[in-house]
Design a protein around this ligand. Structure first.
Ligand SMILES: [Zn+2]
Length: 71
């Protein structure tokens, strides 16, 4: 009962590969999220599954063009 959860490497928001280094069994320091500027809104939306699934670079990236409706 020690097999890794297959969904751990999928983004909970869009279902695509989140390219998480931890899910792939690599050092956390090598994960893209260490150097990325994560969108706090995306982090909040993924908070329910944050301990099981990381969000992908596409959903986590802070994109000014997609936040134009803010405010
Ligand atoms: Zn995603």
């Amino acid at each position: 009962m020690n097999q890794p959860d297959a969904s751990a490497n999928l983004c909970p928001l869009c279902g695509n590969d989140n390219q998480c280094a931890i899910a792939a069994g690599r050092e956390p320091e090598t994960c893209w999220c260490w150097s990325a500027n994560l969108d706090p809104v995306a982090r909040e939306r993924a908070a329910d599954t944050a301990d099981q699934q990381c969000i992908c670079a596409h959903c986590g990236r802070l994109d000014p063009e997609e936040r134009s409706d803010e405010g």
